[in-house]
Design a protein around this ligand. Structure first.
Ligand SMILES: Cc1ncc(COP(=O)(O)O)c(C=O)c1O
Length: 186
């Protein structure tokens, strides 16, 4: 009995914790019926992969939205990073100066292109690469600089100013957003 009460108590505490969750971001979803209506064509055509009608439609809409000439859709953000680095045609073994404070994809994309990541220290203010420290990392092998913009920290800084008792758990992640993404230049 005592044990059960203890269990109940901890469940209650857990539920209270659940309701106090602070969502930093949340996916925006259309009403389910609207979504089902939208994908009916796919069911009818039975065309699920490789340049189907929805793929083409999204591609065209994104070209308009982003104001670019051409767009390629990829499975995920990692593939976009890996392929854009590949498109730069950098010599294997070249060094890419980047931030260690990022999602693993940044480094993976560099390594999978046969390049070597060279980590630059970050700024304590905004957690992005400290640009004053880049120059000393440049060697004859340097072929690119790959910074990552950590936009979430503006919000995080504000959250950290809240009284400690308000914050139960802060979950941090790097953020990629359509139209404002990781930029690579060499
Ligand atoms: C900075 C950064 N680069 C790359 C990625 C990889 O994106 P994806 O998970 O879509 O492969 C992420 C994902 O969180 C990211 O934050």
């Amino acid at each position: 009995m005592k044990k059960n009460l203890k269990k109940l108590h901890s469940n209650k505490e857990l539920n209270e914790t659940e309701t106090k969750k602070i969502m930093v971001t949340q996916s925006s979803l259309p009403p389910l019926e609207e979504y089902v209506e939208e994908i009916k064509d796919i069911w009818e055509s039975k065309w699920l992969t490789n340049m189907g009608c929805k793929h083409k439609e999204l591609q065209e809409k994104l070209v308009d939205y982003l104001g670019v000439e051409k767009i390629d859709l990829l499975t995920n953000g990692h593939m976009a990073l890996e392929l854009s680095l590949q498109a730069l045609n950098l010599s294997r073994g070249g060094e890419v100066i980047t931030t260690p404070f990022t999602f693993a994809s940044t480094t993976h994309a560099i390594v999978r292109n046969g390049l070597k990541p060279v980590f630059c220290d970050i700024n304590p203010d905004d957690f992005t690469m400290d640009t004053s420290k880049i120059e000393r990392l440049i060697t004859p092998k340097t072929c690119a600089i790959m910074p990552v913009h950590v936009e979430i920290f503006a919000m995080l800084k504000k959250l950290m100013r809240l009284p400690k008792s308000t914050i139960l758990k802060l979950y941090m992640t790097q953020h990629t957003r359509l139209g404002l993404n990781t930029k690579v230049w060499a």
